[in-house]
Write a protein that binds this ligand. Structure first.
Ligand SMILES: *[C@@H]1O[C@H](CO)[C@@H](O)[C@H](O)[C@H]1NC(C)=O
Ligand SMILES: *[C@@H]1O[C@H](CO)[C@@H](O)[C@H](O)[C@H]1NC(C)=O
Ligand SMILES: *[C@@H]1O[C@H](CO)[C@@H](O)[C@H](O)[C@H]1NC(C)=O
Length: 215
């Protein structure tokens, strides 16, 4: 159940934030009822994890291996889902190079917030690998990550069709049968769309009604 719930919750949080013209329903009609509510008292005794990183933006709970995978700014973490505070986590450092960061700054982006590698996508790719994408100082990059070893690969994949450039842009994505489905407003496009990539037949919606995105 948890495995299904987390992606759902995340999609709700992120999909409703996709900006753009509302083509069908005005946003006030959106059903923003939380699908899960936890009373404050039940939070006592919760475990905490605090890494050096900022901007924790992606969560993936893997029930089978009892790992909670977390994407942040310049980092990925693999925590024990039974006790995220047990101190035995694994960490991947994945930041854009100083050259990339200064190029990003020269393009007029904010070097205090935007010119970093914000991990926006983190999903299971297959039985051995995870798939992650980061904004990478406004040059999105993706990587297939060996889940067991939890280290960055030596080669990366182009991320601009899969990941937003802007770390604050609304975004959601899923991997289904090896195909990568993402929804966001990509750089230089005025309206958001839904795409399928990393698949023999790439697809892109010409015009995405907002109710598709919100659904
Ligand atoms: C950001 O850019 C400003 C102005 O160019 C510079 O002074 C500052 O050191 C830069 N900060 C970082 C973290 O790169
Ligand atoms: C999973 O995907 C990765 C990256 O594409 C690939 O290297 C690996 O062989 C795949 N594993 C299996 C079991 O298919
Ligand atoms: C990242 O965190 C900093 C500090 O909390 C915040 O100012 C900034 O807006 C965050 N950036 C994003 C993209 O969420």
């Amino acid at each position: 159940m948890w495995g299904r719930l987390w992606p759902l919750l995340l999609s709700i949080l992120t999909a409703t934030a996709v900006p753009g013209p509302s083509l069908r329903r005005p946003s006030r009609e959106l059903d923003a009822t939380p699908r899960m509510t936890i009373p404050y008292e039940e939070l006592s005794g919760t475990r905490h994890f605090k890494g050096q990183a900022q901007n924790y933006s992606t969560l993936l709970l893997e029930e089978a291996s009892a790992r909670l995978l977390v994407g942040a700014r310049g980092a990925l973490f693999s925590l024990s889902a039974n006790d995220i505070g047990d101190g035995a986590h694994k960490e991947i450092h994945w930041e854009a190079s100083p050259e990339m960061q200064s190029k990003c700054h020269q393009k007029g982006k904010n070097n205090q917030t935007e010119c970093f590698n914000h991990v926006r996508f983190l999903q299971r790719l297959n039985s051995t690998h995870l798939y992650a994408c980061g904004t990478h100082a406004f040059q999105p990059l993706c990587a297939a990550i060996d889940a067991e070893a939890f280290t960055l690969p030596t080669s990366f994949e182009e991320g601009k069709e899969k990941c937003p450039y802007d770390p604050a842009r609304g975004f959601t994505g899923l991997i289904i049968d090896g195909g990568l489905y993402t929804a966001t407003r990509y750089e230089f496009r005025s309206i958001p769309d839904i795409r399928r990539s990393r698949h023999p037949h790439s697809l892109r919606t010409e015009e995405t009604p907002m109710h598709w995105l919100n659904g």
